[in-house]
Design a protein around this ligand. Structure first.
Ligand SMILES: [Zn+2]
Length: 218
């Protein structure tokens, strides 16, 4: 079995490209158009994996796919190369939020580690949303306040329209001369992180958001 190499959001991206190709078949586009769509999809996909080995490129190659069954098989095969979100224990989570003495814990058993780019859960009682993400091989935790909005909006993380909450971070980025200062960084993000994780095709925004929070602000 070859090494796993596809992250959740990359898989979402691949699925989206497959949908584009399927669409051009459904529209009855001619062969040249379909081939051009396939070429473009493939080049966008392999751009995500600049260091892909030949056997990995084979997994990603979709030039020969035509039927619905072939597309399904392609995605199913690609999904067997999905990387897992790092296994994390309750103890590790508590350590990530040392100031929160009444930390509400996520139900880790209910989370499919193959299907998330970031781990998130909410504490409705205190209006807090927690995020954990692996950045540069290190797990980072972020505690945010949230306000659920009555109107749908575009989520900054997955860039799609849906039920969003306005979140502002309350962790890290302390001012050196004032340890109680918390930099507030606001964003609209999906209230339901499992939906967000299904739609996310890039981590650019998420990583920028995290970097900003952890940036020294002295
Ligand atoms: Zn989202």
């Amino acid at each position: 079995m070859a090494e796993k190499f596809i992250r959740n959001h990359e898989f979402n991206f691949i699925r989206k490209q497959v949908d584009v190709i399927k669409d051009s078949y459904k529209k009855g586009s001619d062969k040249n158009v379909i081939n051009a769509v396939k070429d473009s999809a493939y080049s966008k996909i392999i751009d995500l994996f600049p260091n892909a080995a030949d056997n990995q490129l084979d997994v990603l190659d979709l030039s020969r796919l035509k039927t619905e069954a072939e597309f399904d098989h392609y995605l199913e095969n690609a999904s067997s190369f999905l990387l897992l979100f790092p296994n994390i224990t309750d103890q590790q989570i508590k350590k990530m939020f040392p100031k929160n003495k009444k930390l509400k814990m996520p139900n880790l058993d209910s989370i499919d580690l193959e299907s998330i780019t970031y781990l998130s859960w909410t504490d409705i009682g205190t209006n807090k949303k927690f995020l954990i993400y692996e950045m540069n091989k290190k797990l980072v935790g972020i505690e945010c306040r949230y306000n659920l909005l009555s109107r749908n909006n575009v989520c900054s993380f997955c860039n799609t329209h849906g039920q969003v909450a306005f979140i502002s971070s309350v962790t890290k980025a302390k001012k050196i001369n004032n340890p109680d200062y918390y930099k507030a960084i606001g964003n609209y993000i999906c209230f339901d992180s499992s939906i967000c994780n299904q739609k996310m095709t890039s981590v650019n925004y998420l990583e920028t958001f995290i970097k900003e929070i952890f940036q020294e602000n002295g």
